[in-house]
Design a protein around this ligand. Structure first.
Ligand SMILES: Cc1ncc(COP(=O)(O)O)c(C=O)c1O
Length: 379
């Protein structure tokens, strides 16, 4: 049996054509016409005026936090339910992540807890330096609430849109909220450049500064002149060419990921004890990964039993992100709430969701999930 992966790259002939064009033009450098075009085309898609292509989503988060002047020793509020890169970037600038639990109805940063936390800190005179909200598994956080809170408390908002390209919130594209937003083109994302990222913003000075810092902070001079410490964070022209090809097929990829999600729902939603990650009424997910939770008492098997049953059939699935406040690397960081994320981690599983997932392969996944439930229900 061929292995079914969680979210493999889905590349086509246009990517190949553009990559060879970049190769043949000899622009094999972290600058060039494909980088410029990718930035323009990406910004147009998201609906923001400015974008800079970078070597990863993590690099985009790191630069954003530095440019927003998050001081060393300060706290940055973020969702505990995320990939480590979000919290790592906060640590890179010498700040501490202050984790907040997620809402049961969205799996994203809980706005009520965020409000309590901002209020508590204001009263105590320990206001945070920024809020870094995460759009989990392709679903935007509740930006109507979060942007209002950040404005009211005077705290800059940064959006981790690594997983949410093509999702919307209140009719607006992911990446349009806050001061700036970071995207990822890692190999498992909805579009990929093998590795890469983009920082977007409505503020030109943020993107100009990110471009400067990402190019070793090189000052304009004929020789190499540096007034500040920078980074080597630019995206290669070869990879930008791949990204441009991927972007042209994004509408098809979004439609396919949604169809995969709907097929899972139609086939599995009636199984006892199995629930899907809810889609929030305020927006539309890009369905990057289809995630379920299983209640062992009613489903008849635990999340881990199900993962192992899939693995035995050469099917990759993954537990949902382990909350950051449970990670040894962040054990000393503050956490507000946490029980919702812990419950999701105990029961949550991401199913194969790639835009290239063949219908017959998805049917195999569905059969195993259903058989695991039924088998254990008959015990
Ligand atoms: C929520 C989140 N933030 C940040 C990142 C980091 O992106 P990258 O892998 O491109 O550095 C990822 C994905 O990898 C992610 O899922």
């Amino acid at each position: 049996m061929n292995r079914i992966f969680l979210s493999p790259p889905d590349v086509g002939s246009e990517e190949r054509r553009l990559l060879l064009d970049a190769f043949d033009s000899n622009w094999i450098a972290p600058l060039g016409p494909h980088v410029d075009a990718f930035e323009r085309e990406f910004a147009d898609y998201v609906g923001v005026p400015h974008a800079v292509a970078l070597s990863s989503g993590t690099a985009a988060l790191h630069l954003a936090l530095q440019i927003l002047n998050v001081p060393r020793g300060s706290h940055v509020i973020t969702s505990t339910m995320t990939f480590a890169a979000t919290a790592n970037a906060i640590a890179y600038v010498g700040a501490t992540p202050a984790f907040v639990d997620v809402s049961r109805g969205t799996w994203n940063l809980d706005p009520d807890l965020l409000e309590e936390e901002l209020e508590r800190r204001r009263r105590g005179g320990t206001q945070v330096a920024a809020v870094l909200s995460v759009d989990l598994y392709g679903q935007c956080a509740d930006y109507a609430r979060i942007t209002e809170l950040c404005t009211r408390f005077g705290v800059p908002l940064l959006e981790d849109a690594a997983e949410s390209l093509g999702a919307t919130c209140g009719g607006m594209q992911a990446g349009r909220f806050g001061e700036c937003a970071a995207f990822s083109f890692n190999g498992n994302k909805i579009i990929t450049t093998s590795g890469g990222g983009m920082l977007v913003s409505h503020r030109p000075e943020i993107i100009a500064r990110a471009r400067y810092l990402a190019t070793q902070a090189r000052d304009p001079a004929p020789h190499y002149q540096h007034s500040e410490i920078g980074y080597n964070y630019r995206l290669s022209n070869l990879l930008a060419a791949v990204g441009r090809g991927q972007l042209t097929s994004l509408p098809g990829k979004l439609a396919r990921r949604r169809a995969v999600n709907e097929t899972y729902r139609a086939a599995l939603a009636s199984l006892p004890g199995l629930d899907f990650m809810p889609e929030a009424a305020y927006g539309r997910s890009n369905c990057w990964l289809t995630c379920i939770t299983v209640d062992p008492a009613r489903f008849g098997a635990s999340r881990e039993d199900l993962r192992l049953a899939l693995e035995a059939e050469n099917i990759e699935s993954r537990p949902v992100w382990k909350p950051m406040h449970l990670q040894p690397a962040f054990r000393d960081c503050p956490i507000a709430g946490g029980s919702v994320a812990e419950g999701l981690f105990d029961r949550g599983l991401c199913l194969p969701s790639g835009s290239s997932l063949a219908r017959a392969d998805q049917a195999r996944v569905i059969d195993i999930v259903a058989a695991t439930a039924l088998q254990d229900c008959t015990l």
